[in-house]
Ligand binder design. Structure first.
Ligand code: CP
Ligand code: NVA
Length: 330
């Protein structure tokens, strides 16, 4: 019997495969209720605080809309407008907020900050993205993969790009935990940290999963079931990094040639937001400076029938609700 009441949700390394599967099952139920219009305000009267030191569309909206669906009220605390950081430490903020709220979400910088917040808070703390991990994203990702293929067993997922960022790290962890095959296609400089790779390889011994790191994109993506990529420069990293990252990662772009190399049934996933055209201010700036119209994924693949990025984005809502429900319920 899985019981997650009162637990923090800081990184997937802290959870057993059974606990992760349980959250996915709850998310499937919540998705059904949402689609059928069945009320599910199981947490009526509770309140959550959402701290965002970095921008967000999906995560913020999933926590806010999800809290409302579950009968709760959410307070958004953005990068400016509160005392956090300038006049008040994370420890003091945690000790204040947990006297007013039933749960706290944090999106920001070092993983140590969210771990500290949890240490000083008497209510559950949820990681909405740090530099190292993005655990709520992973639940939506594997939910989408399972919806597509009916099961996760034996599925091979290849992450192409900056594999030592929060999304790359977390994908390697979730694949290991759920017995999937994780492949990374990246230049050596951007391979995930060796210590995390070793930890995941140990987990794979128990779960039947596997980890493979490749510098050759065609070798990495041959016959894979899931192609996954993320932005080449993450939030919090300097704009000056773009030139270096373009040089390093252009060979790892997910384009038609890569898609054709994958399995015929392959799907494309991306946590979003994505630079697949010049429709954004950063996209335009990169085009003007470097002449690139699309970056980590070509527009052709992003818009193709293999793309499941918007199903994946929707699943952020259902999975984040599952995390709030299971950790806050009585
Ligand atoms: N994928 C994701 O976390 O998106 P946001 O940055 O919009 O929350
Ligand atoms: N790696 C990206 C993920 C965004 C959801 C970032 O941290 O900006």
């Amino acid at each position: 019997m899985v019981d997650l009441r009162g637990r923090d949700f800081l990184k997937l390394l802290d959870f057993t495969p059974e606990e992760i599967r349980h959250l996915l099952k709850v998310a499937r139920g919540l998705k059904k209720s949402k689609h059928e219009g069945t009320p599910h305000n199981y947490l009526k009267g509770k309140q959550v605080a959402l701290i965002f030191e970095k921008d967000s569309t999906r995560t913020r909206c999933s926590f806010e809309a999800g809290a409302t669906d579950l009968g709760m009220h959410a307070t958004y605390i953005g990068p400016t407008g509160s005392q956090l950081g300038k006049k008040e430490t994370i420890a003091d903020t945690a000790r204040v907020l947990c006297r007013m709220y039933d749960g706290i979400e944090y999106r920001g910088f070092d993983q140590t900050i969210v771990e500290d917040l949890a240490k000083y808070s008497s209510v559950p703390v949820w990681n909405g993205l740090t530099n190292e991990f993005h655990p709520t994203q992973m639940l939506a990702d594997v939910m989408t993969v399972e919806e597509e293929f009916g099961s996760l067993k034996g599925i091979t997922l290849c992450f192409c790009g900056d594999a030592r960022n929060n999304v790359g790290n977390s994908l390697m962890v979730v694949c290991s935990k759920l017995g999937m095959n994780f492949v990374c296609a990246a230049p050596k400089e951007l391979f995930p940290e060796e210590k995390l790779v070793e930890t995941c390889k140990e987990i794979c011994k128990e779960t039947g999963g596997s980890i493979r790191l490749e510098t050759d994109i065609m070798k990495a993506t041959k016959n894979v079931d899931v192609l996954y990529t993320d932005v080449w420069v993450s939030m919090g990293e300097p704009m000056e990094l773009w030139k270096e990252r373009i040089d390093l990662l252009l060979p790892y772009q997910v384009n038609k040639k890569v898609l054709d190399n994958a399995s015929d049934r392959a799907i494309f996933l991306h946590c979003l937001p994505s630079f697949h055209n010049t429709g954004t201010s950063i996209g335009k700036e990169i085009f003007e400076k470097y002449g690139l119209k699309e970056m980590e994924v070509s527009d052709e693949v992003f818009e193709s029938s293999h793309s499941r990025v918007f199903e994946e984005a929707e699943n952020r809502l259902h999975t984040i609700k599952a995390v709030m429900l299971e950790t806050l319920k009585k």
